[in-house]
Design a protein around this ligand. Structure first.
Ligand SMILES: Cc1cc2nc3c(=O)[nH]c(=O)nc-3n(C[C@H](O)[C@H](O)[C@H](O)COP(=O)(O)O)c2cc1C
Length: 308
């Protein structure tokens, strides 16, 4: 009898959305008698609030952007020493992996579990995940892990509407639809159900003679790179980084000065969203004919390894 393949799913979700996505991905693997799936919840020792108070929400960006991490309360009792595959689910917080996920990636346990191990990443976020995945790729490279797949599921209502609906969801705990025609936030039920195809591809590959490599999720429409968002993400992450330094110099998230700064930054951020995002998208559109090759290169880079 062939030996069972062991898969570890790393997960954390506030609203349960990412967990639903991962459940859909993992379903075919659970049905596969040749596979055993373990789960490790990346639970923060001190839970993050949900719904989020507005100031606390903003005040979280410096730690997220500067990879500060947090203390985790992990139940590692059922874990094996090593796995044939790790599925790393994560959501994006301020163009970075969420703080609990960063905390894990910086931990000695990540070093132990991910070294020399194939990893697939599964993202469920509003729709700006490119810079966050750059960071995750860098962490995985540092840890000696081998990224073989990435699937990114994004909110169904689109870039502009989700600038309103996703923060409303986070701040009220309600997904909508909201008054004034603001649509429902979050990834569509259809996209979540169809994420099953990723688990089916993994199961098929694990049961074949083919190696588990970068081709495993190719041709599955695993990601869509919105090239209009590439410059916006770059500018915004630079801004988060610089302002984040100032915030961190003022103390922890509960320091009174930081609360004041958060109000100032919130105003700045809204102004940025209203100006820089549409302006950079427009500039990108105008320059598109000149930048065609560069954009194609960027798309290939961000879509790696599973492709669009
Ligand atoms: C503090 C915070 C910051 C966020 N920043 C981003 C972001 O930069 N880009 C993005 O696409 N989504 C962002 N989101 C949305 C999340 O990625 C995710 O869609 C949402 O939190 C639901 O995930 P969960 O309930 O599975 O944890 C943010 C959410 C939170 C709570």
């Amino acid at each position: 009898m062939t030996q069972k393949k062991h898969i570890l799913v790393l997960h954390y979700s506030q609203t349960g959305q990412l967990d639903r996505v991962l459940e859909s991905v993992v379903a075919p693997l659970r049905e596969d008698p040749a596979v055993e799936v373990d789960f490790l919840e990346l639970q923060p020792a001190k839970p993050y609030p949900y719904p989020w108070p507005a100031i606390r929400f903003i005040n979280t960006f410096p730690e997220a952007v500067h990879d500060v991490g947090c203390e985790l309360a992990l139940d590692t009792s059922g874990l094996k020493d090593s796995y044939d595959l790790v599925i790393l689910g994560y959501q994006v917080w301020f163009l970075s992996p969420s703080i609990p996920v960063t905390a894990f990636l910086r931990s000695p346990l990540a070093e132990k579990l991910l070294k020399d191990t194939p990893v697939v990443t599964v993202i469920a976020c509003r729709n700006m995940w490119l810079q966050a995945q750059e960071k995750v790729r860098a962490h995985l490279a540092r840890l000696g892990a081998r990224l073989v797949g990435n699937a990114a599921l994004v909110d169904e209502c689109g870039t502009v509407a989700s600038f309103l609906s996703t923060p409303l969801w986070m701040l009220t705990g309600k997904r909508g639809p909201f008054p004034l025609g603001i649509p429902r936030a979050g990834v569509s039920d259809k996209d979540i159900a169809e994420a099953r195809r990723f688990g089916a591809a993994l199961s098929q590959r694990l049961n074949s003679d083919q190696p588990l490599d970068e081709t495993v999720w190719q041709g599955l429409n695993a990601v869509t790179v919105r090239d209009k968002l590439i410059p916006s993400e770059k500018v915004a992450s630079r801004s988060f980084y610089l302002w984040g330094k100032l915030f961190l110099a003022c103390g922890g998230p509960d320091a009174p000065v930081r609360k004041l700064l958060a109000i100032v930054y919130l105003i700045f951020l809204v102004a940025m969203i209203l100006t820089v995002v549409p302006l950079s998208a427009l500039l990108k559109k105008l320059c598109a004919p000149l930048l065609r090759r560069r954009i194609a290169r960027q798309r290939t880079h961000f879509a790696w390894p599973s492709g669009e």
